[in-house]
Ligand binder design. Structure first.
Ligand code: ADP
Ligand code: ZN
Length: 621
């Protein structure tokens, strides 16, 4: 489906060259094939005197020309005459070896014989001394290029077309991407702009340059980007960030430059950069001295291109990542990827819609209920569901059935889940319950703390690689200053999940690891960096950020005593204990709401702020 723009390597072998050389040689030697009679110099002189030769060519070493056909008897020996006869009738060419004879020219003039000199032909010498080495050199070059491939060849630098993919018509529309209503609305504007760049130009409106599509692998980021191109009817140029990882310095940057040049030439068009994180990881401390020069150069080039090109031309840049948090902040500044579209793992309804897209070309049993299939596949992303439909159809085919029925889907689910479980991406009902209480705990603590951000959405659908569920809070904008009270409330919210698990199950799971990590970091900062505890006062103890050598932090970095380190740890523990106690109180008081929120989560998978407000309101009466 992807049309590679990689130019076909011209087959250019030394064999062909040799053949050509021989052909040229054959052409240049006229003596091949035409036979001439050899005469002695004295015979030639006699013939010349009688005017029996014409068209003479005087060479350095030979004299050649045409011989008359008659009156030769008296001038040539019997053997020569016979030889001439054997060569046939008509005028003959002859050759005579030249001897030292200064009077020759005068004699020829006297006999009124026409003659010409001959310029030494040096083409062969030229060829040998100049062309041949060049040919050999070229041959060696070609061999080397073959052996090391175009990527490593010196010539490849700057020739970036190799891994730029272009599809002139993606043929994908928004109808092919299901369950993305939010993202769709956001991207309709982009489509509209690409369709009518002139209108936007005239109005002078500010058009977004880049849209970052964020979502777990398989949630349809690439598909969505292609759909934007398909809806707008513009060419789709794409490039994957991971392609740059093992490249020579300079190649990646050249490639990016080229990609933008090509896309601008074909504007309106879309540039899609997959796995932006591979290329756009935050710069900074490099694990190894020198670091990823290549990646940095490529990233710098990308930033330069983003800044340099003019949206008015109608080029839109889409990029995909599943790890927005590690992106270099420079990429997210206004005028770059200043818009974000998040593709969540689909919920129950979303999964059903995606299934409908993929069963379009599958013959289904009339009694098959896709909503039941959707209900059995929590955690599946679009790619998993596409795979599921395919597996079910294959199963039906193996069984020799006419239509795909529920049994086929059951078998396929088991199969796909088996594969996914190994990659730990599917949650079983018990896990789902734990996740539901955990997230409900975060949400309720957040709602009961004055300084915490309000809850926007709670989900028990796995997101990203590690998180099994999440509680999203608004506003999510970056804060530059935070008060102690705000930090403490944040700490409480982070602990909410873990404490809820303790209360409900009397046991705790590994799921809170990320929360605890973040809580610990936060507590440590409060104590050691911001001077927010009384015991240690205003002094800060954070060591300056040091360069890591081979990823091993050096041991001699600490600038404070063991005693201070112990006091810092003590203070962190105290902060934690106090927070734990506060959260425990809060959640014990709200135990019933906690249960009903968790139940709602298990049922609906995603709970919006409105749902949450309704639940809290009904609990208060
Ligand atoms: P990503 O780029 O996020 O890893 P892809 O766009 O490559 O995911 O998705 C892989 C495949 O999964 C798509 O080609 C499509 O068949 C299917 N798919 C993913 N999301 C959806 C969706 N929302 N609707 C329909 N099909 C989807
Ligand atoms: Zn949590």
């Amino acid at each position: 489906m992807l049309a590679s723009m990689k130019p076909k390597q011209r087959k250019f072998s030394i064999g062909y060259l040799a053949l050509a050389l021989i052909a040229v040689l054959a052409f240049q030697i006229p003596l091949f094939g035409s036979r001439a009679a050899n005469v002695s110099y004295s015979e030639f002189k006699a013939l010349a005197k009688k005017g029996k030769v014409s068209n003479l060519t005087l060479d350095k070493e030979t004299i050649s020309g045409t011989l008359s056909t008659d009156g030769l008897e008296t001038l040539l020996s019997k053997e020569k005459l016979e030889e001439l006869k054997r060569l046939g009738d008509g005028p003959h060419r002859f050759v005579a070896a030249r001897v030292e004879d200064p009077g020759l020219v005068a004699e020829l003039e006297q006999a009124n014989v026409k003659f010409a000199g001959h310029v030494e032909n040096t083409w062969l010498a030229t060829l040998l001394s100049w062309v041949l080495p060049a040919v050999v050199f070229a041959g060696v070059w070609v061999l080397l290029m073959r052996r090391f491939g175009p990527q490593q060849g010196l010539m490849a630098i700057g020739k970036s077309k190799a891994r730029v993919y272009v599809e002139h018509k993606t043929g994908v529309t928004f109808d092919d991407v299901a369950g993305i209503d939010e993202a769709r609305g956001e991207l309709m504007e982009v489509v509209d702009f690409l369709k009518n760049p002139d209108r936007y130009r005239r109005l002078g409106g500010k058009i977004p340059k880049g849209v970052l599509i964020v979502g777990a692998p398989g949630t349809g980021k690439t598909l969505l980007a292609k759909a934007v191109a398909g809806e707008a009817g513009v060419p789709f140029f794409s490039l994957s960030g991971s392609d740059f990882v093992e490249m020579f310095v300079g190649v990646g940057a050249a490639r990016v430059r080229d990609l933008f040049a090509q896309a601008q030439e074909k504007a309106p068009s879309i540039i899609f950069i997959d796995e932006l994180d591979a290329l756009g990881k935050a710069r900074g401390v490099s694990p190894i001295m020198g670091g990823h020069d290549e990646r940095e150069q490529t990233l710098n080039q990308l930033l330069a291109e983003l800044d340099g090109f003019d949206t008015q031309k109608g080029v839109m840049i889409l990029a995909a990542t599943n790890r927005p948090e590690i992106l270099d902040p420079a990429l997210l500044r206004p005028g770059r990827f200043d818009r974000q579209v998040v593709l969540d793992r689909p919920d129950l309804r979303g999964r059903e819609k995606i299934l409908r897209v993929h069963v379009r070309d599958v013959k289904l049993a009339p009694d098959l209920d896709l909503s039941l299939v959707a209900a059995r596949t929590p955690g599946f992303v679009g790619a998993d569901l596409a795979n599921l439909v395919n597996e079910a159809a294959l199963h039906a085919a193996r069984e020799g059935k006419e239509v795909v029925d529920g049994v086929d889907f059951d078998e396929a689910i088991d199969r796909v889940v088996g594969g996914l479980e190994r990659r730990s991406r599917v949650i079983n009902p018990k896990e789902k319950e734990i996740v539901a209480y955990h997230e409900a705990g975060h949400a309720l603590v957040a709602e009961s703390r004055e300084h915490a951000d309000r809850v926007a959405k709670i989900s028990v659908i796995p997101r990203g690689v590690a998180a099994l569920g999440y509680t999203q809070q608004q506003p999510t904008e970056d804060r530059y200053l935070m008060t102690r009270a705000e930090l403490l409330d944040r700490l409480d919210v982070l602990l909410g999940g873990r404490v809820a698990e303790e209360l409900v199950f009397g046991d705790i799971s590994t799921g809170a690891q990320d929360d605890l990590q973040r809580a610990t970091d936060m507590a440590r900062h409060m104590v050691a960096r911001y001077g927010m505890t009384e015991a240690l006062g205003l002094a800060t103890f954070e060591p300056p950020r040091q360069a890591l050598f081979l990823n091993v932090p050096s041991m001699a970095q600490r600038e404070y005593s063991e005693e201070t380190a112990r006091r810092i740890d003590d203070e962190i523990r105290k902060l934690f204990e106090a927070a734990h106690e506060r959260v425990r109180k809060t959640l014990t008081a709200k135990r019933e709401v906690l249960t009903s929120l968790a139940k709602l989560l298990i049922e609906k998978e995603v709970v919006s702020r409105d749902d949450l407000m309704a639940l809290l309101a009904s609990a208060e009466v």
